[in-house]
Design a protein. Structure first.
Length: 81
């Protein structure tokens, strides 16, 4: 479901300040599918999912984790930060 994680300065700032992870997903993925996949795979609760289509045609999802879960810690556990 997840093509890759976005690790830019902006995405890391969102992880720290707004508790959001940023991922690239297939264009056909729905918000519900993204939510269910992240909750099941990474054992976290998702509060909200926003999506956007980038200039290159990729679908980017901003996933806000529920209080009690830390986005930056999740990225650290996955070895991305």
């Amino acid at each position: 479901m997840i093509v890759n994680f976005v690790l830019t300065e902006k995405s890391l700032r969102l992880a720290e300040k707004e508790n959001k992870i940023t991922v690239i997903v297939p264009r056909s993925a729905t918000k519900k599918e993204i939510r269910d996949y992240i909750e099941k795979t990474y054992n976290v609760k998702v509060e909200k999912v926003n999506t956007a289509i980038t200039m290159t045609g990729e679908k980017k999802a901003y996933v806000k984790l529920a209080p009690g879960y830390n986005a930056y810690d999740l990225l650290s556990r996955l070895g991305l930060v």
